[in-house]
Design a protein around this ligand. Structure first.
Ligand code: F6R
Length: 614
């Protein structure tokens, strides 16, 4: 969602902040801005709507120079996307400037109170109350730090802020209140960085601190001081981040999404690295902190997640139940948080989240914790909130996922759930060493099979040339491939803006079959498994109604071409791992259709990479 960057040090602050914002573009935004404390002691602001390039042109035409600055990419919540609503926001007296993620839930009464005192607001945002409040406290004689503390104490809701003031020209103050996205401090030599996400500052430093809920940091170029909101000093852990900055760039690919689809063989290897011993046929997940007592005590696992991660969870249910025989439920974070779910200390709640910062997933996890559940997470962003609050986690090790549409996080999380199912099954005595070896062997082949699937993109370019004009798509699957159909439909919707539905193929006759005619492409997941014959009969039903069928079938299937109009071949794997392979054609098809349609593949309209608001 919104992105935040701050800098203090000897470099040109506007350049560092702007470059950082560019690295956060993937989060989605509709406007952007930079504020720098200029040499004349005044706050200089440049903001614009639309793409970051607009802000870049503005900075080129009208440069701002200084050694301390903050910047923001905004995804509108209060007030339309416009220049006046873009961050940073400066106070009425020009003494304070702020960037903010989240929602100030009580902004209306605060605004009314300030207006009654004569404060004039320049924007429609909830954010502006923050800066006007800090200024009010400065005007009343308080120091900068105390003024910020007083202000933070008044804010309701989940918020992350960075504040800069002419009164304290060498200092930035940042704070995290709740789950409105992270605040990361980057520690450099004689310079400090602040960012809402690691990639923004990774090129400058690997030493990072993650602010926890209700923590504040005072940052100068040579020091940082972390406190709670009351000012009690805290000793934060400094993490060393090992992501390769080169892996965060597009390289030879046209889009990040395309690159990330192609990253998958390596990402799958990385997610198994150090966990799977292929010689011995064993799997170890030390960060899960699984004890036999805990695993034997469990009577249920609830997976909570949103969007693509939720669909991964639906596949994971099949895997974990089949491998461990522990019942698994799968819930949307946004729904779960408003239920009264049946949870106790015999429940493990597993969140799946690429960003580790999705507000609905985090709140759902916290609620489960309050009821006594063990919290687990499968998460990509190291040090993210989801990882930190969990009793055990599996890091996806997928590397930075920049394209808004999730790809490699989906497939790596499937591999992780498979490994988790294996370990749970082993501990519960469901899987013996012989079976474990077989399960490990099957997993060992997945990265290279994924690689094979990526060798022939021309197939998808051709399909895209035929189908890019379609207005509706239907994706059908059964069993463990039904969630893959859901994911295929979601990918197409979000990046190409074509309406698509994922459906369990056996349910088609209960309604959606009415939609089928000769304008309706149907993607049917029909790889070899127990339900293959059923899928073929569903394909026949669709063909009888005039539908155009693209079948995803196992390599070497000689008969499917008699049933379907187009066949996409995928290599064979075991039934539990087949979804990892079957997903890749879904991603490539959506990608090439979107490219054909001229869509902004990496930053689809209205979408944000990390959804840190409700
Ligand atoms: C779709 C997509 C989203 C995310 C969802 C959850 O391609 O990326 O649906 O999957 O917003 O995000 P995370 O996994 O970060 O919790």
């Amino acid at each position: 969602m919104c992105g935040i960057v701050g800098y203090v040090g000897p470099r040109d602050a506007a350049t560092v902040v702007y470059n950082g914002l560019k690295r956060l573009e993937y989060r989605g935004y509709d406007s952007a801005g930079v504020a720098v404390l200029a040499q004349n002691g005044h706050i200089a602001i440049r903001r614009d709507v639309g793409k970051l390039g607009n802000l870049g042109s503005l900075l080129a035409e009208s440069p701002v120079s200084g050694e301390i600055g903050i910047g923001h990419t905004r995804w509108a919540t209060h007030g339309e996307p416009s220049q006046r609503n873009a961050h940073p926001h400066v106070g009425m007296n020009g003494r304070v400037v702020v960037v903010h993620n989240g929602i100030v839930e009580n902004f209306l009464p605060l605004r009314e109170e300030l207006e009654a005192e004569g404060v004039t607001f320049a924007s429609e945002t909830d954010t502006e109350v923050i800066v006007q409040l800090v200024e009010r406290y400065l005007e009343s004689g308080l120091g900068f730090e105390t003024a910020v503390r007083q202000t933070l104490a008044q804010l309701e809701g989940a918020n992350a802020v960075v504040v800069m003031s002419v009164d304290q020209p060498d200092e930035l103050i940042c704070a995290r209140l709740g789950n409105a996205g992270g605040i990361t401090l980057g520690i450099g030599h004689d310079e400090m960085f602040i960012a809402s996400d690691i990639p923004a500052i990774l090129e400058y430093t690997r030493n990072m601190i993650f602010l926890e809920n209700r923590q504040m940091a005072l940052v100068t170029r040579q020091s940082y001081q972390i406190t709670d909101l009351a000012g009690v000093p805290l000793q934060p852990e400094v993490h060393n981040i090992n992501w390769d900055p080169v892996s965060a760039v597009k390289g030879e690919f046209k889009h990040f999404m395309q690159k990330e689809i192609h990253d998958q063989p390596q990402a799958l290897i990385d997610t198994m690295r150090g966990r799977v011993n292929f010689e011995k046929g064993t799997i170890a997940l030390p960060e899960m902190n699984l004890t036999p007592e805990l695993v034997h005590s469990l009577n249920k696992i609830i997976i909570v997640a949103c969007g693509t991660s939720y669909y991964a969870g639906l596949v994971g249910k099949f895997m974990i139940e089949a491998l461990s025989r522990i019942p698994v439920e799968v819930e949307y974070g946004s729904e779960f948080r408003y239920y009264d779910p049946i949870i106790d200390e015999k429940t493990a709640v597993l969140s799946i989240t690429q960003s580790g910062e999705t507000a609905d997933t985090l709140v759902a996890s916290e609620q489960a914790r309050a009821k006594g559940a063990t919290l687990w997470s499968i998460v990509n962003v190291i040090g993210s909130q989801s990882m930190r609050i969990s009793d055990g986690y599996i890091a996806m090790q997928a590397g930075p996922e920049i394209g808004v549409a999730s790809t490699k996080a989906f497939t790596t999380s499937l591999a992780d759930m498979y490994m988790l199912g294996c370990v749970l099954g082993e501990i519960r005595g469901v899987i013996d060493p012989v079976r474990m070896r077989e399960l490990v062997n099957n997993l060992a082949h997945i990265p290279s099979l994924a690689g094979q699937l990526l060798e022939n993109e021309a197939v998808y370019e051709n399909l895209a040339s035929v189908f890019h004009g379609a207005q509706n798509f239907l994706f059908l699957g059964r069993g463990i491939n039904y969630p893959v159909a859901l994911e295929g439909a979601l990918k197409l919707k979000e990046i190409s803006y074509i309406h698509a539905e994922g459906y369990p193929a056996g349910e088609m006759k209960h309604g959606p079959i009415a939609l089928i005619d000769e304008t309706m492409p149907i993607v049917a997941l029909a790889t070899n498994d127990r339900l293959y014959d059923k899928m073929v009969s569903n394909i026949q039903q669709a063909k009888t109604r005039g539908g155009i069928v693209l079948a995803v079938a196992t390599e070497g299937n000689k008969t499917i071409a008699n049933e379907a109009d187009y066949v996409i071949e995928v290599p064979a794997s075991s039934e539990l791992l087949q979804p990892i392979l079957n997903t890749i054609p879904m991603q490539l098809l959506s990608y090439h259709v979107a490219v054909w349609r001229g869509c902004d593949v990496d930053q689809p309209r209205n979408l944000a990479k990390s959804v840190t608001v409700e």
